[in-house]
Design a binder for this molecule. Structure first.
Ligand code: ADP
Ligand code: MG
Length: 698
C-alpha cells in the first residue's frame, strides 16, 4: 500500500538532511505524510497580473510581469540592501532584498521576463516590493496561476531557505506522486451520507485548489474528519469508562438532607439550583458513576449545590470530599459549610498543608473510621496518606486549576471511583466544553440569587485618576473595601512586580488614611494568606494585588474593583476579576483603567465588559476574539488543541453536527466490531498512537 508516513522528508528532492532537520524541529515534519498535512494558512489569488501603473498604497499581495532593468546595492551596514529596478512597460518600481544579496545576484538576470509577487509598499515616494517571490515567466505554467497557498514558516526555516514558496514547491512534488490515491480514512457510509470529497482529492485541493468551490469542499472534508475523530475519541472513551466503572447508587434522600433543607437553609433555592440538583440526583441514582461539570457564574450559588449533593452522599452512608485550589478557598469553604450546617450532626474537617501533627492524625483517623463525614481541603486531600472508610463523592472547585492526573488520583480513593462533581466559574462555551470535557455531563446555573444588584462596569482613562480616587474615597468613607489589580504576565514577572510595587507606593500616598495590603504570586503562601486575611477581616480597606485574587475569594463588603492596564487582560479574566465584587447587598463597581490609545480588539473587550455581566456571552466573545488555545482552562486539560484545520471558535456548528455523527457510530457499534466501521477504529487507534494529548485522556 501507498504509505507516506514511512517516507522520510529528507529524501524529497531539494530537501536533504540539513533542511530536513530544520523541518523536523520547527514544523514537526518528518515524513511526506506530515508535509501533506501541513496546511496553508491562506490563499492568494494569482490568476490576475497587475500593472505597475495600477498600484496604489492599499493593495494586498499582487503579481506583476516584467523585467529587471538593473541592480544597485545601496546603504551601509544594517541599511545595506539590493535594489532591482523593475519595469513592465507601464512604469518602474523597486524590488528590494535585505538578505541573500549574493544569492539573488547570482540567480536573477537583467532583461529576462519574470513574474514577481509580493506586497507593494511606499518608500521614499516610490513603490517597492521587499523580498518578492520571483519566477521565470516561462516556468509559470497556467495551472499554477490560480489560487496559491501560503504556509507558515519560522525565522529558522526562512534562514534555511524554507520560505512559503519553497514549501509550496515541495508540496507540488509530493502531490505529483499522488497519482495513486491514499487509503481512505473515513468509512464509505460516512463519506456518502455527508457528501464528503475523497481524501486524496481533498489533500490535493487544500494545497492547490482548482477553484474556490473545490477549496471549500476540501476544507469541509478535512475539518469534518478532524473534528469527527476528536469526538469519536472522547465518546469512545466515555463509553469504555461507563462500562468499566459502575457507580455507587445513592438511592435515597434522607434525614441529613431534609433537615438541612427544612431547618438550616437560610433562603429559597433559585430555579436553576433546583434544576441542577435534580440533574445530579438523577445521576447519583442511576448506577453510573457521575462525572458532571457544574458551570455557574461567580456568586450563582454553586457551593450550596455542592453541599446539598454531599448531604445526599451522607444520607447513603458515604463520605464526601471537597477540594479547592488554594488554602484560602479551602478555608472559606470550611467556614461557610460549617456555618450552614450549624446545629446538625455532621462532622466536617479541614485538611491543608498547614494542618500538621496531632490535628492531622486525628483527621486521618477520623476519615478511616468513618467518623469524619465531610473533608474539605486543598490538594493535600489527594496525598497517599489520606484514606477514607467509604468515599462516595468528590467535589472539585475551580477545576481548571487541577490537572487530569490529580483528578484521576481521587478515583483511586475507593474500590470504585466516587461520583465526581466539578465546579467552575469560568463559563466554557458549549462547543468548547464538548471538546474539552466531552466525557463530562454539563449542568449550568444560569440565574443569580434574587436581590443582587448587577455590578456597574465603567471605563476610565488613566489620565482621569483624580476623579477616580475621589469616588473610591467616598466608597471607603461609607465603609466599603476596594481591590486594585495590576496585570501579571509570565514572561516579565520582574517588570510586573515593579508595576505592583510602584502602584502600591502610589496608592499608599494617595490614600494616607487607609490601610493598604498587598498580595502577589511571588510571596510565600503563608505571607500571602496573612495579607489576604487582613483584607478579609476588614483591617485593610484597600488590597493591591495581581491576579492571584482571581479565584473564589469572597469578601462581600468589597464593592469596588479597579483593574489597572485593563488592556492587558483577556475577557474571561476581566470577568473573573469583576466577580470578586457584587457579592453583598451594596451597589458594586468595576472600573477598567486603560491608556488613551487602544487597539480594535481592546476596544471590543472593554465594550463587551461594560455592556454585559453575562459570563456565557463573555466567554463566547472571548473565544471568538482569542481562539481556544488561549482560553483559560485549556492548558492543563489534557485535550488536544493542535487542531490543524478546524477552528473551535468558527466551526462550532460543524462540531455539534459531527458529534452526532460520531455518537451514532458509537451507539451502533459499541464493541467496535462492525466491519463497515473497521476503517474508523483503525484510524482512531493510529491517531491515539501519534497524538500524545489524545493518549493522555484515554
Ligand atoms: P459561587 O461559588 O457560585 O461563586 P457561592 O456559592 O459562593 O457562589 O454563593 C454566593 C453567595 O450567594 C453566598 O453568600 C451564598 O450564601 C448566596 N446564595 C447561594 N444561593 C442562594 C439563594 N438561592 N438565595 C440567596 N442567596 C444565595
Ligand atoms: Mg465558589
Amino acid at each position: 500500500m501507498f504509505d507516506l508516513t514511512t517516507r522520510d522528508i529528507k529524501y524529497l528532492s531539494g530537501v536533504g538532511p540539513q533542511r530536513a532537520a530544520v523541518l523536523n524541529k520547527e514544523a514537526g515534519i518528518f515524513s511526506l505524510h506530515d508535509l501533506l498535512y501541513y496546511f496553508p494558512y491562506k490563499y492568494v489569488d494569482r490568476s490576475r497580473i497587475y500593472t505597475i501603473r495600477e498600484i496604489d498604497g492599499s493593495m494586498p499581495y499582487i503579481q506583476l510581469k516584467g523585467e529587471i532593468l538593473s541592480f544597485e546595492a545601496v546603504g551601509e551596514g544594517r541599511q545595506r540592501r539590493l535594489v532591482g529596478h523593475f519595469s513592465d512597460g507601464t512604469g518602474i518600481m523597486d524590488l528590494v532584498w535585505f538578505q541573500g544579496i549574493k544569492y539573488i545576484l547570482g540567480k536573477y538576470k537583467v532583461h529576462q521576463e519574470y513574474i514577481v509577487f509580493g506586497k507593494p509598499t511606499v518608500f521614499n515616494g516610490r513603490f517597492n516590493i521587499a523580498h518578492p517571490d520571483v519566477d521565470a515567466a516561462a516556468d509559470v505554467k497556467p495551472s499554477t496561476m490560480g489560487m496559491r497557498p501560503y504556509y507558515n514558516t519560522t525565522e529558522k526555516m526562512k534562514r534555511s531557505s524554507l520560505n512559503s514558496h519553497a514549501i509550496e514547491k515541495m508540496m507540488a512534488s509530493v502531490v505529483q506522486q499522488l497519482r495513486e490515491p491514499l487509503p481512505e480514512t473515513l468509512s464509505p457510509a460516512i463519506l456518502a451520507a455527508n457528501h464528503l470529497m475523497p481524501l486524496t482529492e481533498a489533500l490535493v485541493n487544500i494545497h492547490f485548489p482548482g477553484n474556490t468551490e473545490l477549496l471549500r469542499r476540501a476544507q469541509y472534508r478535512l475539518k469534518f474528519e478532524e473534528l469527527f475523530y476528536v469526538q469519536l475519541n472522547i465518546l469512545r472513551y466515555a463509553r469504555d469508562r461507563q462500562r468499566r466503572y459502575r457507580g455507587y447508587v445513592f438511592g435515597k434522600v434522607g434525614d441529613t438532607f431534609n433537615t438541612f433543607y427544612t431547618r438550616n437553609l437560610p433562603f429559597a433555592l433559585t430555579g436553576a439550583q433546583k434544576r441542577v440538583l435534580k440533574e445530579i440526583r438523577h445521576d447519583l441514582g442511576s448506577g453510573r458513576q457521575m462525572n458532571r461539570l457544574l458551570q455557574g457564574d461567580v456568586g450563582s450559588g454553586k457551593t450550596l449545590v455542592a453541599l446539598m449533593t454531599m448531604l445526599i452522599a451522607l444520607d447513603n452512608h458515604y463520605q464526601a470530599c471537597l477540594m479547592a485550589p488554594t488554602e484560602i478557598l479551602a478555608n472559606q469553604h470550611y467556614d461557610t459549610i460549617r456555618e450552614l450546617l450549624y446545629g446538625m450532626d455532621v462532622r466536617v474537617e479541614l485538611l491543608t498543608g498547614s494542618v500538621k501533627g496531632k490535628r492531622r492524625k486525628d483527621i486521618l483517623d477520623g476519615l478511616l473510621t468513618g467518623k469524619v463525614d465531610i473533608l474539605i481541603g486543598t490538594h493535600a486531600v489527594i496525598e497517599d496518606t489520606v484514606n477514607f472508610a467509604s468515599l462516595g463523592l468528590v467535589v472539585i472547585d475551580e477545576q481548571h486549576r487541577f490537572g487530569v492526573a490529580q483528578r484521576a488520583k481521587l478515583w483511586t480513593k475507593n474500590v470504585q471511583p466516587p461520583h465526581v462533581l466539578v465546579m467552575t466559574a469560568t463559563p466554557i462555551p458549549r462547543t468548547l466544553a464538548m471538546t474539552l470535557y466531552g466525557d463530562l455531563d454539563v449542568s449550568v446555573i444560569d440565574e443569580l440569587p434574587p436581590g443582587r444588584k448587577p455590578i456597574a462596569t465603567l471605563h476610565q482613562f488613566d489620565s482621569h485618576r483624580e476623579s477616580l480616587y475621589r469616588s473610591v474615597r467616598k466608597q471607603i468613607a461609607e465603609g466599603r473595601q476596594v481591590y486594585i489589580v495590576y496585570p501579571l504576565i509570565k514572561e516579565s514577572e520582574k517588570i510586573d512586580l515593579k508595576n505592583l510595587e510602584e502602584g502600591y507606593r502610589h496608592i499608599c500616598e494617595a490614600f494616607p488614611d487607609c490601610t493598604v495590603c498587598k498580595v502577589h504570586g511571588q510571596m510565600k503562601p503563608a505571607e500571602k494568606d496573612a495579607e489576604m486575611q487582613r483584607f478579609v477581616s476588614g483591617e485593610a480597606q484597600i488590597m493591591v494585588a495581581t491576579t492571584v485574587i482571581e479565584v473564589g475569594v469572597n469578601v462581600p463588603n468589597a464593592s469596588v474593583m479597579i483593574i489597572e492596564n485593563a488592556e492587558r487582560f483577556g475577557l474571561s479574566q476581566l470577568h473573573q476579576l469583576r466577580g470578586r465584587v457584587g457579592r453583598g447587598a451594596d451597589q458594586s463597581y468595576c472600573i477598567l483603567v486603560t491608556g488613551y490609545k487602544l487597539s480594535e480588539d481592546t476596544r471590543k473587550r472593554i465594550e463587551i465588559m461594560v455592556r454585559t455581566n453575562d459570563g456565557f456571552e463573555i466567554a463566547e466573545a472571548d473565544l471568538k476574539l482569542r481562539g481556544p488555545g488561549d482560553l483559560e482552562g485549556t492548558q492543563q486539560s489534557g485535550v488536544a488543541f493542535d487542531l490543524k484545520i478546524a477552528d473551535i471558535a468558527r466551526d462550532g456548528q460543524l462540531l455539534q453536527y459531527v458529534r452526532e455523527v460520531a455518537q451514532k457510530v458509537v451507539d451502533a457499534d459499541p464493541e467496535g466490531t462492525l466491519p463497515e466501521n473497521a476503517v474508523l477504529w483503525r484510524q482512531l487507534k493510529l491517531l491515539r498512537k501519534t497524538n500524545v494529548n489524545w493518549a493522555a485522556i484515554s
